[in-house]
Ligand binder design. Structure first.
Ligand code: AMP
Length: 570
C-alpha cells in the first residue's frame, strides 16, 4: 500500500508520486505536509538535501494552487542553477496530472529573453535563483502581487553565497499575506537573523539531529602529512575499488590540483568548481551522473546542485572549518537507504579541528591507518570478484572458437592468471612501496612541539625518513637475493628452462608446458611452485615426483617453433 494515502494529497498527486516509486513519506514529509495543509504560520525546517524536502513543501502547495488563475502563486528561491533545474523538474513530475499548472525555472547563465518568453505562458509556479529573479523584477517581467507561498530553499547556502540583499529585496516585493517556508541544512546566525526579520512566529521542524538522520554512514579519519596527502588519497581510492564518490576540497585551486593528479594517474575523475564555465560544469556533472567518471573532486559550493543518490564514499581531502559543513558533505553519501562511508584526510596539526568537529556534531569518527600496498592488493582482488558477481551480464557476443583450449588448466590456475593480468599495474605500482604510517603521528595531541607554523617541518623529516627507508629496504632485499638462498619447499624441484621473455614466454605458457609435460599420470596434476621468467631463460618449480617425466617429455616439445630444454637447477 502507498502510505502517502494518509496525507490527504489529491489523487492526481498520489498517482504522480506513485509512478516515481515513492511509497511512504520521508521524515520531513511526515512533518511538513500536514503542517502546510492545515496551518497558516510561517515555517523553519532544518533539513538537508536528500531528505525529500522538495516533495515535502511542493506536494501540499501544488494541491492548493488555484489553477483557474494565471498569476504566480508559488515562488521557490534556491542558490544554484542546478538546484533550480532539479526542483522545477521535480515539481513538473509531481504536477504531471495537473494539466493547468505550469512551472517556469529562471536562473542566471542562460538567456534572459528566452526565460521572459516562457513567462508569457503565465506559470503559477516559479523556481528561481535570487539574482535572476531580481533582474526579472527590474524588467517588470514578474508579477508577485498574488504570491501565497514563498519557499527559501537552502537558505544558509544562499546567504553564504552573498545573496542577502537580493533575498531581502524579494522578501519585500512579495505580499505580506504570503506564507514563508525557510529550509536550511544549518541554522547559522545569518539564517536566524533573516528569519527574525521576515518570518512571523514561525513553526519549527527539524528532522532530528542531522547525525541521527544518517546513522548509516561510517566515519573514518586518516592522519597524513601534507606531502603525502595525494599518495594517501590514491591508496584510499585503490583500497576501495568500485567506488562512486565525491572528494571535497577547500579551494578551487586545490580541487583542480587533486583532479589533475587523479586523471594523470589514470582514474576516471574530474573537477567541479567555480572557475569552470557553466557549460564545463554541466558537462562534468553529466559525466558523473552517467557514471562515465566515478570520482568527482569538488568544492562545497559547486557540489551543491548535484543530486546523486548512490554515492558510496565521501572523501574530505581537506577538512572544512565549519563542523556543519562536514556533516553536510558526509550526508551526500548514505542516501536512499544505502550505507555510506565518509573518510577524512587529516594533517597532524589538525587534531584540534577534528576534535571540534567530533564534539559539535557528536559523530564518532574512527582513526584508521592508510592502507599498505598489501592491503590495497587484497582489496583489489576482492573488488574484482565483487564486480564479477554483481555485473555478470553479457555485454557482447564473440566466436567461442576464439577461446583456445584451456583444458590443461585448472579453474584456480585460470583465475590466478586472469587476476595477474587484471591487476598487474596495481601490483607493479605497490611492489616495494613504503607504508605511509608513521609512528610520530601517534601521540600527536601532546607532541606538537618542534613544528613550524604550517606544520611542514615534520613532514619534511618524514619525507627524508621515507626516502631513507625505501633505500635501505631495497638494499636489504638486494643483499637477500645475493646471499642466503630463498627457503624452498622440500617437495619441489627447481628447473632451469632455456626460454625467456625474449621468446615471448609468459607464466601462463609455462603452466601449460608443465601440465603437458606431466600429463601421463592420469587426472592428478603436478603441483607447480614459483615461476620466474627472466630475459633469456626461466626457472620453475615442479613437484619432485614429476621431475623425471617432465625432463623426458619436454625435450620433444616446441614453443613457438623453438626447441625446449630443461634441466635441474642447482
Ligand atoms: P530532496 O531532498 O528533495 O533533494 O530529495 C532527495 C531524493 O529523494 C530525490 O531523488 C527524490 O526524488 C527522492 N524522494 C523524495 N521523497 C521520496 C519518498 N517519499 N520516497 C522515495 N524517494 C523520495
Amino acid at each position: 500500500m502507498n502510505l502517502f494515502t494518509e496525507t490527504n494529497l489529491s489523487p492526481d498527486i498520489l498517482k504522480a508520486i506513485g509512478e516515481l516509486g515513492y511509497e511512504s513519506p520521508t521524515e520531513i514529509q511526515k512533518q511538513t505536509i500536514p503542517f502546510i495543509q492545515s496551518d497558516i504560520r510561517d515555517l523553519i525546517a532544518l533539513a538537508q538535501t536528500g531528505t525529500g524536502k522538495t516533495a515535502a513543501f511542493s506536494l501540499p502547495i501544488l494541491d492548493m494552487i488555484d489553477d483557474t488563475s494565471r498569476k504566480i502563486q508559488f515562488l521557490v528561491l534556491c542558490p544554484t542553477r542546478e538546484l533550480c533545474l532539479q526542483i522545477s523538474k521535480d515539481i513538473n513530475n509531481y504536477s504531471k496530472y495537473m494539466k493547468n499548472i505550469k512551472t517556469t525555472a529562471v536562473y542566471g547563465g542562460s538567456s534572459i529573453t528566452d526565460q521572459m518568453r516562457s513567462l508569457r505562458d503565465k506559470p503559477q509556479v516559479i523556481v528561481g535563483t535570487p539574482g535572476r529573479v531580481i533582474d526579472l523584477i527590474n524588467r517588470k517581467a514578474l508579477d508577485f502581487s498574488e504570491i501565497h507561498w514563498l519557499v527559501l530553499d537552502e537558505a544558509d547556502e544562499m546567504l553564504s553565497m552573498g545573496f542577502k540583499d537580493e533575498l531581502e529585496t524579494i522578501l519585500r516585493e512579495t505580499p505580506e499575506t504570503k506564507q514563508t517556508f525557510l529550509f536550511s541544512a544549518t541554522m547559522s546566525k545569518e539564517v536566524e537573523r533573516i528569519s527574525k526579520s521576515y518570518l512571523t512566529t514561525p513553526h519549527r521542524i527539524s528532522v532530528g539531529s542531522i547525525n541521527e538522520v544518517k546513522k548509516n554512514i561510517k566515519h573514518e579519519f586518516y592522519v597524513v602529512g601534507y606531502r603525502n596527502k595525494k599518495e594517501a588519497l590514491k591508496r584510499l581510492i585503490d583500497a576501495n575499488p568500485n567506488q562512486y564518490s565525491i572528494i571535497f576540497c577547500r579551494t578551487r585551486m586545490e580541487t583542480q590540483e587533486v583532479a589533475d593528479f587523479l586523471m594523470q594517474n589514470g582514474y576516471g575523475a574530474d573537477a567541479l568548481h567555480g572557475d569552470l564555465s557553466q557549460a564545463q560544469r554541466d558537462t562534468v556533472m553529466k559525466k558523473f551522473r552517467l557514471k562515465n567518471i566515478d570520482i568527482l573532486v569538488a568544492t562545497d559550493v559547486a557540489a551543491r546542485g548535484l543530486d546523486v543518490d548512490s554515492l558510496t564514499h565521501v572523501i574530505h581531502f581537506s577538512l572544512p572549518d565549519d563542523p556543519e559543513v562536514f556533516v553536510h558533505r558526509s550526508g551526500r553519501t548514505g542516501r536512499a537507504g544505502k550505507d555510506g562511508i565518509s573518510m577524512s584526510l587529516i594533517k597532524p596539526e589538525e587534531s584540534r579541528k577534528l576534535k571540534q568537529i567530533k564534539s559539535t556534531t557528536k559523530i564518532e569518527i574512527v582513526e584508521k591507518k592508510i592502507p599498505t600496498g598489501d592491503e590495497v592488493m587484497s582489496a583489489q582482488v576482492k573488488g574484482v570478484f565483487e564486480k564479477l558477481m554483481t555485473e555478470h551480464e553479457n555485454v557482447f557476443e564473440f566466436d567461442q572458437n576464439l577461446v583456445p583450449d584451456l583444458s590443461n588448466f585448472t579453474k584456480e590456475e585460470l583465475v590466478i592468471q586472469l587476476l595477474q593480468f587484471q591487476l598487474k599495474d596495481f601490483a607493479l605500482y605497490y611492489k616495494d612501496k613504503q607504508d605511509l604510517v608513521d609512528q610520530k603521528f601517534n601521540n600527536r595531541d601532546d607532541d606538537r612541539g618542534g613544528r613550524d607554523r604550517d606544520g611542514r617541518g615534520r613532514d619534511r623529516d618524514r619525507g627524508r625518513d621515507r626516502d631513507r627507508g625505501e633505500r635501505s629496504d631495497r638494499g636489504e632485499r638486494r643483499g637477500d637475493r645475493g646471499g642466503k638462498p630463498r627457503q624452498r619447499d622440500e617437495n619441489m624441484t627447481r628447473f632451469f628452462f632455456n626460454l625467456g621473455k625474449k621468446d615471448q614466454l609468459k607464466k601462463l605458457d609455462v603452466l601449460e608446458i608443465i601440465n603437458k609435460a606431466t600429463s601421463s599420470k592420469g587426472s592428478k596434476r603436478a603441483e607447480i611452485g614459483n615461476i620466474e621468467i627472466l630475459e633469456k631463460f626461466s626457472f620453475f618449480e615442479v613437484e619432485k615426483s614429476y621431475g623425471k617425466e617432465l625432463l623426458g617429455n619436454i625435450q620433444s616439445m616446441k614453443f613457438k617453433g623453438k626447441d625446449m630444454r630443461a634441466e635441474e637447477a642447482n
